[in-house]
Design a protein around this ligand. Structure first.
Ligand code: AMP
Length: 581
């Protein structure tokens, strides 16, 4: 076996040398080991050492790059070494309720070995349990800015003991109208605090927040130059948008459709390698896992089996695949979007070699969609977004394959030993019926009778609009009072923006407008936080003197109205109703 680079050596107790060299201590390394993380992602490599050293940080990184661990691991280590305070020591500000939950779960996951208490504080949830928890005392608060400010004003959240403040997805917080809230919060935090700011984009307003609130920050930009190597033009690249809970089923569905003879499936962690390998084997694939925790003899055996064609699917982490000379594969499947465009190029370079064509397939969670667009942009290549095959597609495909196999058997004329059974059966049954029954039998043995779950189809919003649609489409439009609101292109509000492509939308009427100081961000912030609607599903917004109109997906309208019935916007109760033209 040829090694381009030496394979990673599992070190003492299996600690990842990568993470240890960043200065993280044993308790955290053990946790990372249990989670099956093999090496730091680029943002982790660059952000962890300065954060551990207490520096402020300005990081340009999107979701999916591993940024949560990049700020959480140093935060946990620093807090573990400082005296417990009566009030929170760290505050992590995030734009939405979902992100607050996700980040809280991540802090809990990474902080399993530390005895650190954490609380998520966001709008839309009952305030009393939050009050009680804050009163009991917590070390880390993960909050949306509006609700954080609410607690600060009620004097239930005290900032005076804060050592660390993290602003996560800062650009999104600004888009949602939280600029003033952020300012108000940061003003009240101790000057001695450490501040980390992460943002996928760096518009001037973020730069100005950074100038004002960060002290001599280390600047990190993970999205750098276009990837030089470029992508082998012979690799056809496809992406499938799928929600996290359905990813395993989606992977199985895609592989069942493709039926690859030799494919490499990449995932992020050792745990995923094990989970996917056993799932694929249970579906009748001959799959083997390869990760950095295996010894040389184990790797040699797996590679030998893959090379000889005995193994059809190799499930690997980047680390494990890096040191190996992997033969040509017909398909590379990314179970997730890799944390950097370089890793993507490296992964898919395993197919389409030596003038042959290859297929690269990537499963994309909605939150990673942006990362994939970055890959496209930086590799200057097109990743086609496709619809996941349906159960019906799969059934048709299976039958087609059986048809092809039967033709092959017929052409090779190798069925003589089975004629006797057919002769007996055709004495009693019609010969076409006998053939159909035999196909049914073959279909069942090929997994055709397995119950397949339908995988919900997600709408790819990035393809709806020419520009990035991750941002809310906010169009503050001054309306003379009494005029009928019209869309920005002069079309009446309430008609679909893109006939045939967008799902139906409903228009909500808010009984407050410019006169009450309402800005688009206030509306997006309220809807996103109180009703949990992702900001990219909100808009366009029209604000007139006395009222405002906001479009939301029709099926969400009732839920949004219900959630907003309990809340205040800009400190005032605002009546919300459906707007009909
Ligand atoms: P984030 O960008 O923080 O949302 O992280 C994206 C995903 O990558 C999460 O599911 C993490 O659990 C996972 N992840 C983060 N860091 C690593 C790492 N070093 N190795 C493997 N997976 C990771």
């Amino acid at each position: 076996m040829k090694h381009d680079t030496p394979p990673p050596t599992p070190t003492l107790k299996g600690f990842s040398p990568g993470f240890a060299s960043l200065g993280l201590e044993a308790a955290l390394l053990t946790t990372l080991e249990t989670l099956g993380y093999e090496e730091p992602t680029p943002i982790q490599r660059e952000a962890i050492p300065p954060l551990l050293a207490g520096r402020d940080l300005l990081g340009r990184a999107a979701t999916g790059t591993g940024k949560t661990a990049a700020f959480t691991l140093p935060l946990l280590q620093r807090l573990a070494h400082s005296a417990r305070q009566p009030h929170p020591s760290a505050l992590i500000l995030v734009p939405t309720r979902e992100l607050a939950i996700q980040v809280t779960e991540a802090v809990q996951r990474y902080g399993k070995e530390q005895r650190i208490t954490i609380l998520a504080v966001y709008g839309g949830a009952a305030i009393r349990p939050q009050l009680m928890a804050l009163k009991r005392g917590v070390d880390v608060v993960v909050a949306t800015p509006g609700r954080a400010l609410d607690h600060i004003r009620r004097k239930t959240l005290h900032l005076k003991d804060l050592q660390i403040v993290v602003l996560d997805e800062a650009d999104e917080m600004l888009n949602m109208g939280f600029a003033e809230d952020l300012d108000a919060i940061l003003q009240q935090t101790p000057k001695t605090r450490q501040t980390a700011l992460f943002s996928a984009t760096m518009p001037p307003r973020i730069a100005s927040i950074a100038r004002q609130h960060l002290h001599d920050p280390v600047e990190i930009q993970i999205i750098k130059e276009p990837v030089k190597a470029g992508v082998a033009p012979r690799v056809h690249q496809t992406g499938y948008l799928v929600a996290r809970p359905h990813k395993v089923a989606a992977l199985a569905r895609i592989l069942d459709m493709v039926g690859p003879k030799s494919a490499l499936v990449f995932c992020r962690t050792r745990l995923e390698v094990d989970e996917l390998t056993s799932m694929l084997n249970s579906r009748g694939y001959r799959g083997e896992g390869l990760h950095g925790g295996m010894n040389q003899a184990q790797r040699d055996r797996v590679m030998q089996s893959f090379r000889s064609g005995k193994t059809e699917l190799l499930v690997a982490t980047d680390v494990a695949a890096r040191g190996l000379d992997i033969p040509h594969v017909s398909h590379v499947v990314n179970y997730d979007v890799p944390s950097s465009p370089e890793a993507y190029v490296h992964r898919i370079g395993r197919t389409g070699r030596a003038g042959r064509t290859g297929e690269a397939i990537t499963l994309v969670e909605p939150r990673e969609r942006w990362l994939l667009q970055n890959v496209e942009r930086l590799t200057k290549s097109k990743i086609e977004m496709a619809a996941l095959p349906t159960v019906a597609d799969l059934q048709t495909k299976r039958l087609e394959r059986i048809g092809v196999s039967i033709q092959e058997i017929l052409t090779a004329n190798k069925f003589a030993p089975f004629r006797a059974v057919v002769n007996t059966l055709t004495e009693k049954f019609d010969s076409a019926d006998v053939a159909a029954a035999a196909i049914q039998l073959a279909y069942g043995s090929k997994g055709g009778e397995r119950t397949e779950e339908e995988i919900p189809v997600l709408r790819d919003r990035a393809q709806d609009t020419p520009q990035m649609s991750r941002r809310p489409r906010m169009e503050p439009l001054d309306l003379p009072r009494g005029t009928r609101p019209r869309g920005s292109e002069g079309r009446p509000v309430g008609k679909r923006d893109r006939p045939g492509r967008s799902p139906a939308t409903a228009t909500l009427h808010f009984g407050a407008g410019r006169a009450a100081g309402i800005r688009p961000g206030d509306l997006v912030g309220a809807i996103a936080n109180e009703a949990g609607l992702p900001s990219n599903m909100i808009g366009p917004i029209k604000i007139s003197d006395q009222f405002s109109l906001v479009k939301v997906p029709e099926e969400m309208a009732q839920g949004v109205m219900k959630a907003l019935g309990r809340t205040r916007i800009k400190g005032q109760k605002v009546a919300v109703r459906l707007y009909r033209e």
